[in-house]
Write a protein of this length. Structure first.
Length: 278
């Protein structure tokens, strides 16, 4: 008896159409529908390998995006991870002009707001409006209200809270206004999240220079763990190694190693700094 696989199972609604083909048609319809929604546009990240998978070739405005802090090479997740914060700032820097509302919920005595001189590598810190919330519900309320406010270019929320209802409200508010919302998390997002993209970002070992690893350019390991409306990838969760070049002030995708060597990274016009908190 031959094994049954999704490839040879026909759809009961559309005879002769296999399930993989049906899923592909549904994805195409979703991407077309997302592009037609009012106020949405795709902002290229300047990294062709990543842009090729994103809907319409870039990060969608008018949508909710999540950035998670991933484990360091030692396996530890820092409570205030500078790498995830840096990647969020990189995304913000691609959006253009306007006020950025940044909402935070302090978690301890060593908690600190983003370091302005480091943020200046991506956008003018004068555009930043900081909000401190005592409770998670206050943070989500401030984000939702900001998404309805004219002149706001983006809204960011640093939180450990997992509130699916609040996430749904943020997603709807972002879609209606055309303004992107970002949730910066130090803990995994709930599986029922409605975000358009979810990224996991962690620091990665640098390439050795004269046998010393720490002398190499800073690197991030970036995973695209959710890509709603985007193009399907070969891997279930595509990942890239990104490198910051301190001489050219560009972020780049490091190609896969070939014969033990790395070719020149494909760069994007966005900088990086080791520390974003002070």
């Amino acid at each position: 008896m031959s094994a049954i696989s999704p490839k040879n199972i026909a759809s009961p609604l559309l005879p002769g159409l296999s399930l993989p083909k049906l899923r592909d048609q549904v994805r195409r319809l979703e991407r077309a529908h997302s592009a037609q929604r009012a106020g949405r546009r795709a902002v290229p990240l300047g990294l062709p390998e990543i842009d090729a998978l994103l809907p319409e070739g870039g990060l969608l405005t008018g949508a909710l995006h999540e950035v998670e802090a991933g484990p360091t090479p030692s396996g530890r997740v820092a409570p205030h991870d500078g790498t995830a914060l840096a990647f969020t700032s990189f995304l913000l820097g691609r959006l253009g002009a306007g006020t950025i509302l940044w909402c935070r919920q302090p978690t301890g005595i060593f908690d600190a707001p983003p370091y302005a001189p480091a943020l200046a590598q991506w956008f003018d810190p004068a555009r930043l409006l900081m909000v401190t919330a005592r409770r998670g519900e206050d943070l989500f309320w401030a984000m939702e209200e900001a998404l309805r406010t004219p002149g706001i270019a983006a809204v960011v929320g640093e939180t450990r809270a997992a509130d699916p209802t609040a996430g749904r409200r943020l997603s709807l508010a972002a879609e209606k206004s055309g303004v992107p919302a970002f949730l910066l998390r130090t803990e995994p997002a709930p599986p029922q999240s409605v975000c358009t993209t979810r990224w996991r970002v962690a620091s990665a070992p640098s390439q050795e220079v004269q046998g010393i690893e720490m002398l190499g350019a800073p690197r991030w390991q970036v995973e695209l763990r959710r890509n709603r409306f985007g193009k399907p990838a070969v891997e279930e969760m595509p990942a890239w190694l990104l490198e910051w070049n301190d001489e050219t002030h560009h972020l780049a995708v490091v190609p896969q190693a070939v014969g033990g060597s790395l070719s020149a990274p494909q760069r994007a016009g966005a900088p990086w700094r080791e520390s974003l908190t002070a």
